[in-house]
Design a protein around this ligand. Structure first.
Ligand SMILES: *Cc1c(COP(=O)(O)O)cnc(C)c1O
Length: 379
């Protein structure tokens, strides 16, 4: 790619070129065999996903939001129950809770990692009780691809008898203390939305679990709560399946995925070295390896910096401009009385830079230069 090529925020065309003809042939095979729903590629992908991360089972479904809802259905949450969630996340994390009839209760995040602050969980649990709700579990989010603090979060949950669901929509492929995302909580959900680190060519998602009973329940729940077959219904479920074509796409993408994760790590390290003295750069905690769904800096006067970057040909995005406890659909949900100051601050300061495995070194350097210039001009 030439050095002055435009910088893309996410470059799916470059990835398509890297994968080559195999993608076209894989899609054509599905068109030829015609098993568009629950075809052989879906079974093959489920085995490949489980093997990739070391989970017992992988159940593919329609998208990452359904995956969360399915996980909550396995846990049997409903009206009167509370599920603790970070406020600084994509809306689906809280939405899935509401869809089950339960109430999301917001907790704050850490400024260093953007992930759930284990020290804030007790206050959120207390807020749930004060609201007359029964705390049942929590959903961690591995924001921007970095695993949350599972050691402390799982310990808190075990002590209180709460379940832990990991929302790994942004972090499939990441690692924490020697283990892969997919095995860090009792149930893990992920998304294959096109711009996620492992994305398909449409909507897709999966639930990963380490338990035979949970796996059996998920296999039933995602196909209308089926028993021995689709027309034997033993529980109320959903219709949430991954299309066979999407499974074929993902099998092709898995062949380049490990190399892509390495490339994202190298880019993150170059960004950190070049930007650390100008803006807040994301933490790289010892023992963790992010999937780098996003490379997110924090900067004062964020919107002015973003406008200058755009003018310099550097696309950026803001995840997320409004924390969930301030969204109209969720402003009635409990949160600790002291509020969620870190979520509020990050919503004002977070800015995601171009991040994809096909950014050349010179593109990375152009981004770094442009950020320095934009911050200096905005000061
Ligand atoms: C993308 C995302 C989801 C939802 O995934 P979809 O496949 O779009 O439904 C859920 N949680 C987080 C944190 C996400 O980033």
């Amino acid at each position: 790619m030439s050095d002055d090529a435009p910088i893309e925020f996410v470059d799916l065309a470059a990835q398509r070129a890297a994968i080559g003809d195999g993608m076209q042939r894989a899609i054509e095979r599905v068109v030829a065999h015609g098993q568009f729903i629950l075809g052989p590629e879906v079974t093959e992908l489920e085995a490949a996903l489980a093997a990739f991360c070391g989970a017992r089972g992988a159940i593919c479904c329609g998208n990452g939001t359904d995956a969360l809802q399915l996980a909550l259905m396995v846990k049997g949450v409903g009206r009167g129950d509370a599920v603790l969630v970070p406020s600084f996340t994509f809306v689906a994390t809280a939405e899935a809770v509401r869809l089950t009839g339960a109430t999301p209760v917001f907790a704050d995040v850490l400024p260093s990692t953007f992930n759930l602050d284990p020290a804030g969980l007790a206050a959120a649990e207390e807020a749930a009780r004060q609201a007359g709700l029964h705390p049942r579990g929590l959903i961690t989010v591995d924001l921007y691809g970095l695993p949350a603090e599972y050691d402390r979060i799982n310990a808190f949950a075990a002590e209180r008898g709460l379940f832990v669901i990991a929302d790994a929509a942004q972090s499939f492929g990441a690692r924490y203390h020697g283990a892969a995302v997919g095995t860090l909580a009792e149930i893990t959900t992920t998304s294959f939305f096109p711009s996620k680190p492992l994305g398909c060519y449409g909507d897709g998602g999966a639930v990963l679990c380490g338990d035979a009973d949970a796996e059996a329940a998920l296999r039933s729940l995602h196909v209308h709560g089926r028993g021995t077959d689709k027309y034997d219904n033993v529980r109320v479920g959903m219709n949430s399946r991954l299309d066979t074509v999407q499974a074929a796409v993902l099998l092709q993408k898995l062949t380049v995925f490990p190399g892509e994760l390495d490339a994202r790590q190298r880019i993150a390290e170059r960004y950190a070295a070049g930007l650390g003295n100008a803006v807040g750069v994301p933490a790289m905690p010892n023992g963790s390896r992010s999937a780098w769904a996003q490379y997110t800096i924090t900067v004062a006067d964020r919107d002015a910096v973003a406008a200058r970057l755009r003018a310099a040909g550097v696309p950026t995005a803001v995840y997320y401009r409004k924390p969930l406890h301030r969204q109209a659909a969720y402003d009635d949900c409990p949160r600790p009385p002291a509020g969620l100051p870190t979520s509020d601050r990050l919503a004002a300061e977070a800015l995601s830079l171009p991040m994809h495995p096909y950014l050349t070194a010179s593109m990375q350097d152009r981004v770094i230069q442009a950020v320095h210039q934009a911050v200096a001009d905005a000061a």
